[in-house]
Design a protein around this ligand. Structure first.
Ligand SMILES: [Zn+2]
Length: 288
């Protein structure tokens, strides 16, 4: 079966990881812009965006994987509003690149007022810069948006605040064009009930496990739900998405459910951007 991994930080992974993922059926990866483990200068961000849009697609293509990315200033570096202003001025230049799906991963990290301000500026940018794409024939009201939610004790408060801020944009925000990531048991329901797409992030330690992810699929349904490995420079594993699929298989879930969560849902969400090529598949196509 084919898999689309909706959230992996491949700049931190080896070329051997691409090969492993390709051997395990990964056909496409979406890579949000994130924190490098240290704070960068505005010029460092431009270099990073070039790496995401120029180098990574080539590295992935060696293994037949389509590589897509998202551009933003990550929440961890949003505290310095002067720097944020400079970096945000560079982002529109990258949004129309051939493999850029939208603005992300934006959001809150420690739930500070400055993080909230920069989050709102990014959302406004996704709306304001859409006109050019629209003129090129794209449909929808704004660029796709990928949202990071804080971890541990900050998660519930941060998720609720994020939803409130999105609500303030009113009809300018199309809920079907927003993916809210790192949901857990106490946040998945409010995200799905509000009509957004939800992503579950698997980590080998401390956070969501394959067992917990499958429990959440069983409790909340496969609709508008995705699973990702979020592999990055920390302790992480690009095959955790597969481990979740294996856990679902062991519990007897139908091929159709597996296809929905691990391939068709990402294909449907990302496919709202015409640059994303993999199309949803029917279960018969996989059985053939
Ligand atoms: Zn991430």
């Amino acid at each position: 079966m084919f898999i689309i991994d909706p959230h992996c930080h491949m700049v931190s992974r080896t070329t051997a990881d691409y090969e492993t993922m390709a051997l395990a059926g990964v056909v496409a990866i979406s890579e949000p812009a994130f924190w490098a483990g240290f704070d960068r200068s505005p010029a460092g961000f431009v270099d990073y965006y070039r790496q995401l849009t120029e180098f990574e697609p080539k590295r992935a293509a060696q293994f037949g994987i389509d590589h897509y990315c998202w551009i933003c200033l990550n929440p961890k570096e949003a505290e310095d509003l002067g720097k944020a202003k400079e970096v945000l001025a560079e982002i529109p230049k990258f949004l129309d690149k051939p493999t850029v799906l939208g603005v992300g991963e934006i959001g809150l990290n420690k739930n500070t007022p400055n993080e909230a301000k920069v989050f709102q500026q990014h959302v406004q940018m996704a709306i304001d810069t859409w006109e050019k794409s629209k003129a090129a024939g794209a449909t929808g009201g704004h660029h796709l948006i990928l949202i990071h939610t804080p971890h541990l004790e900050d998660k519930l408060k941060g998720t609720k605040w994020t939803l409130e801020m999105l609500k303030d944009f009113g009809s300018k925000i199309d809920h079907s064009r927003v993916l809210i990531d790192h949901v857990e048991e106490h946040t998945i329901k409010i995200v799905k009930d509000a009509g957004y797409w939800a992503g579950m992030t698997l980590y080998p330690v401390s956070k969501c496990t394959p067992q917990r992810a499958v429990d959440m699929i069983e409790m909340h349904g496969a609709e508008r739900l995705m699973v990702n490995a979020a592999a990055d420079w920390g302790v992480s594993d690009p095959l955790n998405t597969h481990r979740t699929m294996l856990e679902a298989k062991k519990r007897g879930h139908a091929l159709e459910t597996l296809m929905t969560v691990f391939y068709n849902n990402p294909a449907r969400f990302f496919g709202q951007c015409p640059k994303f090529k993999p199309r949803p598949m029917r279960v018969e196509e996989v059985r053939e």
